[in-house]
Design a protein around this ligand. Structure first.
Ligand code: KIV
Length: 265
């Protein structure tokens, strides 16, 4: 068993092998996903919505993420464990260092932050201090109130250009992976080609280096609405293990996402 590291993910991008990612929040599902061959497990702040039934990710705390990160880490042998930094836990570089350290101590191997240019100093500081960082652009759910809802981002030319520039600046600042959420397929492809780090899409079409889904959406059991880009693999296969295996297989062979599960330009 070869552990997934940032170097493994980089090589996968270079060799055009698709990266499969799921969210996980406890040791049992983490173990099941890990044994099925998932590459990355994300302790997403989506836990506020799918575990607690909140209508956004905003109420989630660093302690919440740390608790679930420890559980996921305990169930994981192979996958890279990435923890989300919650809303306002990285508003200043100093806050980011303190809170990221808590998540790393809980078992994270990388932390994920939502945002573009304003995060450059924070990212450089985290990486310099030994904390790998994943960026997150497009529909960044912690900014849902600024966006006025969970909406596709980057449809107009100016915002699309800004997103491409942000991705390149984040890479220069030191991120080693980028999540791209709810953007048109063509823009996701441009960003994927504009950076050398792996780009993981969710509602970003088939051309990114990998795909991530929230586990409850992938099983079709979310307390909230089911996003258009998500696919119910449990309904298709009938049992949990087959659902996970099919998700990984369809990511690897490029079958997921198809047009019905993405935003064609
Ligand atoms: O919180 C989360 O689960 C996420 C994914 C949707 C990428 O950020």
């Amino acid at each position: 068993m070869k552990k997934v590291t940032t170097s493994v993910l980089l090589k996968m991008k270079q060799e055009k092998q698709k990266i499969s990612v799921l969210t996980a929040y406890d040791a049992s599902f983490a173990k099941l996903f890990d044994q099925a061959g998932i590459d990355v497990l994300l302790i997403g702040d989506s836990l506020g919505m799918v575990l607690r039934g909140e209508d956004s990710t905003l109420p989630v705390t660093v302690d919440n993420i740390a608790y679930h990160t420890q559980s996921v880490k305990n169930g994981t042998e192979r996958a890279l464990v990435v923890a989300d930094m919650p809303f306002m836990s990285y508003a200043t570089p100093a806050q980011a260092y303190e809170n990221a350290a808590k998540l790393m101590a809980a078992g994270a191997q990388m932390v994920k932050l939502e945002g573009g240019e304003w995060l450059l100093e924070t990212i450089e500081g985290l990486v310099t201090r030994g904390i790998p960082v994943c960026g997150h652009l497009g529909l960044t759910p912690q900014s849902v109130n600024v966006f006025g809802g969970f909406k596709v981002q980057g449809r107009d030319q100016q915002k699309a250009q800004k997103m491409i520039a942000d991705a390149q600046q984040l890479e220069q600042a030191g991120i080693q992976m980028l999540v791209l959420e709810c953007v048109p397929n063509g823009l996701a492809e441009q960003i994927t080609n504009a950076v050398s780090i792996p780009v993981i899409g969710i509602g970003a079409g088939p051309e990114t280096d990998g795909q991530v889904l929230v586990m409850h959406d992938m099983f079709g059991i979310s307390a909230n609405y089911m996003p258009k880009f998500s696919k119910n693999y449990l309904a298709e296969t009938g049992d949990i293990r087959s659902a996970v295996a099919k998700f990984i297989e369809e990511v690897q062979n490029g079958q997921f996402p198809d047009e019905a599960h993405s935003f064609v330009d």
